[in-house]
Design a protein around this ligand. Structure first.
Ligand SMILES: [Zn+2]
Length: 147
């Protein structure tokens, strides 16, 4: 870590403190050359796999977009924000655990469907019907029979 004042590359950590949430570590450092103090923050970098769309283009995984589509499916249903958050959390954990650098958007759609199936059947059918865009009517009918 270089000193922001004199660019010297030897610093000493004088204090280390973890944030309340535990996700960030704050270090107070002292430059061994100019003796000035500064703070650095250390956090875990979570890299979720990139999403490969049907047309082959890649996009960054965006939890906000996923949340928006889930909420659309859950419109006027009695499902709390906490339940949606928990579902999103589970999806992201699965993506992380997969260890993959990229994965098809269809896989994410399946994960969303699985979560919706758990929390609200109506939302599940709504999402699944839009998501699968009625390309396969039999599949959709089967889907309704399944639940
Ligand atoms: Zn310095």
């Amino acid at each position: 870590m270089r000193c922001p004042y004199c660019d010297h590359d030897e610093t000493q950590v004088v204090e280390t403190r973890e944030s309340d949430e535990g996700g960030v570590i704050r270090r107070r450092r002292r430059c061994l050359k100019c003796d000035k103090r500064f703070t650095t923050y250390e956090r875990v970098e979570i890299t979720l796999p990139a999403v490969v769309k049907k047309d082959g283009t890649r996009a960054e995984f965006e939890p906000a977009k996923l949340r928006a589509s889930m909420q659309l499916a859950l419109r006027k249903r009695q499902v709390s924000v906490e339940q949606v958050d928990a579902a999103l959390e589970r999806i992201q954990k699965k993506l992380l655990a997969s260890g993959l650098r990229e994965l098809p958007s269809t896989r994410i759609g399946e994960l969303v469907m699985r979560e919706l199936k758990r929390i609200d059947k109506v939302a599940y059918v709504r999402f699944a019907s839009v998501y699968r865009s009625f390309e396969d009517v039999d599949e959709f009918r089967q889907l309704i029979q399944d639940i």
